[in-house]
Design a protein around this ligand. Structure first.
Ligand code: TRP
Ligand code: ZN
Length: 874
């Protein structure tokens, strides 16, 4: 590789900081084409550090204007400056360092540090963006008291915001004004935030459980205030829930949220001043779908919950990222479960985990939820750290039980409030509170890979004894050839042949293999295993289709009812894939169609019904094959969709007609009805029959500008109808929404998701569309993210999909490495494909490697993809 190899950082090299920063005073002078940042750091040597070290401050893309040591100009002999560090040579043990820097927010397209979005200033500091604002000990274990003064033109930037409480403001004679903020809580630099702009604000308040009145403010671009009502409700809902469920109360007197259109991720939990992607704030029934409404609630809850799980108790270093992210995902999942549907929330979380995280765990980027090395920390904001991390917390809750879990959380928060800790402290708190030994359980933090749980059973009719044999294994992952057995909680039950539950239990597998014996069992039972997906493993048990059909109808755990149906379709699809590969006819067993019809006619919960009738994704199926056969998976799945639609079309048509006009209300029954209705429409349109396609167009036209759930559902099906209908719908949608960035993202995404031939070419053309903006992450994720998820087109056998992605990644890498690396991730899994595709992907990866200048972010992915040989999949 032609680039200088960026260096790998290891957890084992962790050292406490040599210096501490007691307080920092920041002074921002904001102008149209630059900003001046003056930082005054009050420092002392860390009494806990052993060696006397120079003071090494991190700083990137900063122009040094002046440097003072204890108020006097620092002589050039007393410091050194590189592109990443400012080193003060042997300063006094207590000192005050003042730096003055010039930075260029308006040309910052990496969206890290201080940048402009929609004409306003905002910041993103996690994980290492603060060093792009000023020189600092930019690491989470250095916690500091911040005061911030912001000065800017008053007309252009009437609002000047930062963390904590506003304590002074004033006007200058030249049309500029200033505001000073003070954050009473010590915090690491990654939680710093600043916003300056001309915004609309919705204000409300919340009275905490102890009676304190908190001012709530949501800031958005001018003209969008009406679209913040739902977000404000969500804030209040989240605040109350955290008090009730976790006893956590908000601490400052004001809680502000600012929504910006240019943002690399979903949102950021900066102390008292969260910054959000507009996608997770703005909503109106006309322009946002039910899914958007739910996502908004869950992201708002997530960032709010971070105030305790992340801010009050933060991470010692970035290897501990899951300490806050896994825990906060767990908390937001529980919030969504409590406030919408527990079963649907769990199904969606598990589907996502098993398609996205399992794939990551089987790739050259596989890492434990607490990684032990990285090149670029931005590459480790992953499904593993976040979503598998949440599963690990969930397993602790299962093992210790609800009451102990709450005790453990209380102990964790009270013991570590105001400090920066590791996952070890988290586990210790739960061990102490529950008196349950979690020694072996800790392996979930350090071992990567998805364990396989092999289950066999034996029934002894004479003794009335049923024995389950549980065996675990875990595939090798980079740097970890052999794994020790995990401590796995298996929630399960036994059903008799009539579907009655005989027993329920929590089994704990700790060895490689263990028998579990059930006595007094009067007939051969059917096991319902891994209820509510009690551990993030691949379950292997040779269920007969009959057993699955029985669980589907009778399991007392609704999650496993759906799981049984899901496995039934998986089995069928894998058989169909096999048949198609061998040139044989693909057949759909009548028993599967009957089972789905049974569900359709008998499931009273329509949301669950929609989930139970949705087929496993191509991505999930791909994860089950040693060599992914893109085309066969697609053909098999499309065929099954058609067969199910054919069999259920009368039921589905009737259902669609009954529910064609569900008025918009944000509540579960309405969301459920719309979800089921749109599932029906999707199946009906799969039949390629004119009559049904006209229903789709009719729904689309009636809903356009009124109800985004129905609009986008219809359009998602219409984009697969070749010809005039598709063009008419896309054009009408564009006319309706050309000025709404978020609604246009859906327009791009749906076109990139189309199954029709020519989709790759079409995506390429859309990259040049005037409404597309490669600098805007939402646009890139919508268009290119949807394209890479569209397997038949992204993996086109002529390699055009890989070429298009690579061109785009290289372009983006020049200004936004984080987004470039995120987009490249699907290519990391190249070894899972057939030889022809392997070669094509490998060529593109090598093309990137040969580039003169690539970011450490992209370098790490390409390097790991090309050098790490994965053990072949089972
Ligand atoms: N901490 C954020 C969260 O709640 C993650 C995040 C937001 C982030 N913006 C980022 C991470 C930019 C890396 C880069 O999940
Ligand atoms: Zn988070």
């Amino acid at each position: 590789m032609s680039t200088l190899q960026p260096k790998t950082i290891y957890l084992r090299d962790y050292q406490p900081p040599a210096w501490l920063i007691d307080q920092v005073a920041l002074d921002f002078d904001l102008y149209e084409d630059y900003a001046i940042v003056t930082a005054t750091l009050t420092l002392q040597r860390n009494p806990a550090a052993t060696v006397m070290e120079d003071l090494v401050l991190m700083g990137e893309e900063l122009e040094l204007l002046s440097l003072l040591l204890d108020g006097k100009p620092c002589p050039v002999t007393r410091y050194t400056l590189t592109t990443t560090q400012l080193t003060l040579l042997a300063p006094p043990s207590r000192c005050v360092v003042t730096t003055k820097a010039r930075i260029y927010p308006h040309t910052n397209k990496a969206l890290s540090g201080l940048y402009q979005s929609g004409g306003n200033f905002c910041t993103q500091c996690e994980p290492e963006g603060f060093r792009r604002i000023t020189w600092f000990l930019d690491r989470p274990d250095v916690m500091t008291l911040f005061t911030t003064k912001i000065t800017a033109d008053k007309a252009r930037y009437p609002y000047l915001l930062s963390n904590g409480n506003r304590f002074a403001e004033g006007e200058l004679t030249d049309g500029r004004h200033w505001v000073q903020w003070q954050d009473p809580f010590k915090k690491p630099s990654y939680l710093f935030a600043l916003v300056a702009g001309d915004l609309d604000c919705r204000e409300d308040f919340f009275v905490t459980q102890s009676g304190r009145r908190i001012v709530l403010q949501i800031y958005v671009d001018k003209g969008y205030q009406a679209q913040t009502a739902h977000a404000m409700q969500a804030v209040k809902k989240a605040m109350r829930w955290d008090e009730v469920r976790f006893g956590r109360e908000y601490d400052l007197n004001i809680y502000m949220i600012v929504a910006v259109g240019d943002f690399n991720m979903g949102a950021m939990e900066n102390k008292g001043l969260n910054i959000f992607n507009t996608k997770y704030i703005l909503a109106s029934p006309q322009s946002a779908s039910d899914r958007d409404y739910i996502n908004i609630e869950s992201v708002i809850a997530h960032e709010y919950f971070h105030n305790w799980s992340g801010n009050r108790v933060t991470c010692r270093d970035w290897f501990q990222l899951s300490l806050k992210e896994g825990l906060t995902i767990y908390r937001d999942q529980e919030f969504t479960a409590d406030t919408t549907s527990r079963t649907v929330e769990r199904i969606d979380a598990v589907d996502y985990l098993r398609s996205a995280q399992f794939a990551e765990d089987a790739s050259p980027m596989a890492h434990p939820i607490r990684p032990d090395s990285f090149v670029e920390i931005n590459n480790f904001y992953t499904n593993t750290v976040y979503n598998k991390g949440a599963e690990v917390i969930r397993m602790i809750a299962t093992l210790v039980g609800e009451a102990n879990f709450r005790k453990g959380m209380d102990l964790y928060f009270s013991r570590h409030d105001g400090s920066a800790v590791t996952t070890e402290e988290f586990v210790c708190a739960h061990e102490e509170a529950s008196k349950i030994d979690l020694q072996q359980f800790r392996l979930w933090y350090t071992q990567a890979g998805t364990p396989v749980l092999h289950v066999t059973d034996h029934y002894d009719a004479a003794k009335q004894i049923y024995t389950l044999t549980l065996r675990q294994s875990c595939p090798a992952t980079p740097g970890q050839a052999d794994k020790k057995p995990f401590h796995i909680p298996i929630v399960m039950g036994l059903l008799d042949q009539a579907g009655h539950e005989l027993q329920a239990a929590l089994l704990q597998l700790k060895e490689t293999e263990n028998n579990f014996v059930f006595s007094g069992i009067s007939e051969q039972p059917i096991p319902s295993l891994l209820r509510e997906f009690s551990a993030p493993v691949r379950l292997e048990y040779a269920y007969t289709d009959d057993a699955l059909a029985l669980l589907l109808r009778h399991d007392t755990d609704p999650f496993n009812q759906r799981e049984a149906g899901f496995q039934l379709t998986v089995n069928t699809l894998l058989r169909m894939v096999q048949a198609y590969r061998e040139g044989e006819a693909m057949t759909v067993p009548q028993s599967l169609l009957d089972a789905l019809q049974y569900v359709f006619r008998n499931q009273p919960d329509k949301w669950l019904l929609a989930r139970m009738l949705s087929l496993p994704s191509e991505k999930y199926l791909a994860g089950l094959m040693r060599v992914v056969d893109v085309d066969s998976i697609h053909v098999a799945r499309e065929t099954l969709l058609t067969e199910v639609a054919r069999f259920l079309q009368e039921d589905m048509l009737a259902f669609w007609q009954q529910h064609r006009d569900v008025p918009f209300v944000f509540d579960v029954p309405t969301i459920a009805a719309r979800a089921a209705k749109n599932m029906c429409l999707d199946y009906l349109m799969q039949l390629g029959v004119d009559e049904y396609q006209r229903l789709g167009l009719q729904q689309f036209q009636l809903a356009l500008g009124k109800d985004m759930t129905d609009t986008s559902a219809a359009l998602a099906a219409l984009v697969n109808v070749p010809g005039e209908m598709r063009d008419t719908a896309l054009e009408a949608y564009y006319q309706q929404w050309q000025d709404n960035a978020l609604a246009l993202d859906k327009w791009f995404a749906l076109q990139a998701s189309a199954k029709l031939p020519g989709t790759g070419e079409h995506v390429k053309a859309l990259l040049q569309h005037p409404a597309f903006d490669i600098k805007n992450p939402n646009k890139v994720y919508a268009l290119m993210g949807s394209f890479t998820a569209n397997a038949i087109h992204f993996h086109a056998i002529d390699g055009s999909g890989y070429q298009l992605l690579t061109d785009t990644v290289l372009t983006i890498d020049r200004f936004n490495p984080q987004v470039a690396a995120r987009m490249l991730k699907p290519m990391v899994e190249w070894r899972n494909y057939d030889e022809a595709r392997q070669q094509l992907m490998c060529q593109q990866l090598q093309r990137i490697a040969a580039e003169k200048k690539i970011s450490p972010d992209v370098f790490e992915l390409v390097n790991k993809s090309l050098t790490i040989q994965m053990a072949s999949r089972a």
